[in-house]
Design a protein around this ligand. Structure first.
Ligand code: PEP
Length: 251
C-alpha cells in the first residue's frame, strides 16, 4: 500500500537488452503517457549501453531511468566502471545499489554499498539500496537480523528523502518462489521501524519496494501490503505488457 507515498514500480533489465529491445521501452513510455488518473512512478533500469537511447525515448514521457550500479569515484583510473555522474549525464535519475547479484558476483559488501550510495547522492541520483536474506538465513531464523545489519551498514548517515530501499529475499529472485504476504508485511514493518530508529521522521518518506519473482499473476498480493510502496521487477520488466500490468496494480 502506498501510505501517502507515490508508489515506485522499478524494472531491472539486468544484463538483458539490445537496441532492438528498446521497442519494449517505447511501448512502456507510450502506455505511461496515456490515461488521466494518478499513476505510480515508473522506472526502468536498462543496461548502461542503452541508457542514452532510452533517455531519448523517454524524453516526453513520465518514465524515469536508472543505472544498475555505480563506482564511488566521479572519474579516474577505473577501467570498465561507470560513475554516478556518468549515469546522471546519460539520463539516469536513480541507481540500484547492492543488488544481491552484485553482492554475490562482485563481492560487494554493505560498506561498499554505503560508499556508492554517497556517490549517487553526490551526483543527484536517488539510490535504491537492496537488502535481503538467503534461504539458509531465513531458515535459520536470521532474516531480520541480517536485514537490519545490511540496512545499518548500507545507508549513508544523511540520505535525504530521496532514498529507496528494496527488500529482495535472495531466494525469491528469478526463482518463482516468493515469501508469503505475511512474511513480506512483517519484514517491511521491521525495515520501516529500523529506518525510523536511524532517520527519525524522515523514515516515513522512504519508499520500500518488494522484489523477488513479482509477476502480473501475484502483484496484487504485494500491492495490498502496508509499507510496500512499490516493487522492483526483474524478468517481468522485459515485456511491456507484463510490466504495465504490474504498474496497474498500484494505480
Ligand atoms: C531483481 O532483479 O531484482 C528481481 C527481483 O528479479 P525477478 O523479478 O526476476 O525475480
Amino acid at each position: 500500500m502506498t501510505d501517502g507515498l507515490v508508489p515506485l514500480i522499478a524494472g531491472n533489465w539486468k544484463m538483458n537488452g539490445l537496441r532492438r529491445d528498446l521497442d519494449e521501452l517505447r511501448a512502456i513510455a507510450r502506455a505511461a503517457g496515456a490515461g488521466a488518473g494518478p499513476r505510480p512512478e515508473i522506472l526502468i533500469c536498462p543496461p548502461a549501453t542503452l541508457l542514452m537511447a532510452a533517455a531519448e525515448i523517454c524524453a516526453d514521457s513520465p518514465v524515469r531511468l536508472g543505472g544498475q550500479d555505480c563506482h564511488s569515484e566521479a572519474n579516474g583510473m577505473h577501467t570498465g566502471d561507470l560513475s554516478a555522474e556518468m549515469l546522471a549525464d546519460a539520463g539516469a535519475a536513480y541507481v540500484i545499489l547492492g543488488h544481491s547479484e552484485r553482492r554475490a558476483e562482485h563481492g560487494e559488501t554493505s560498506e561498499t554499498v554505503r560508499i556508492k550510495a554517497h556517490a549517487a547522492l553526490r551526483a543527484g541520483l536517488t539510490p535504491i539500496i537492496c537488502v535481503g536474506e538467503t534461504r539458509a538465513e531465513r531458515d535459520a531464523g536470521e532474516a531480520s537480523s541480517l536485514v537490519a545489519a545490511q540496512l545499518k551498514a548500507s545507508i549513508p548517515p544523511h540520505p535525504g528523502p530521496a532514498l529507496v530501499v528494496a527488500y529482495e529475499p535472495v531466494w525469491a529472485i528469478g526463482t518463482g518462489h516468493t515469501p508469503t504476504p505475511t512474511e513480506v508485511a512483517e519484514m517491511h514493518a521491521f525495515i520501516r521501524a529500523e529506518l525510523a530508529a536511524d532517520l527519525g521522521d524522515r523514515a516515513a518518506r522512504v519508499r520500500l519496494l518488494y522484489g523477488g519473482s513479482v509477476r502480473p499473476e501475484n502483484v496484487t498480493e504485494w500491492a495490498a501490503i502496508d509499507n510496500v510502496n512499490g516493487v522492483l521487477v526483474g524478468g517481468a520488466s522485459l515485456k511491456s505488457a507484463d510490466f504495465m500490468q504490474i504498474v496497474s496494480a498500484f494505480e
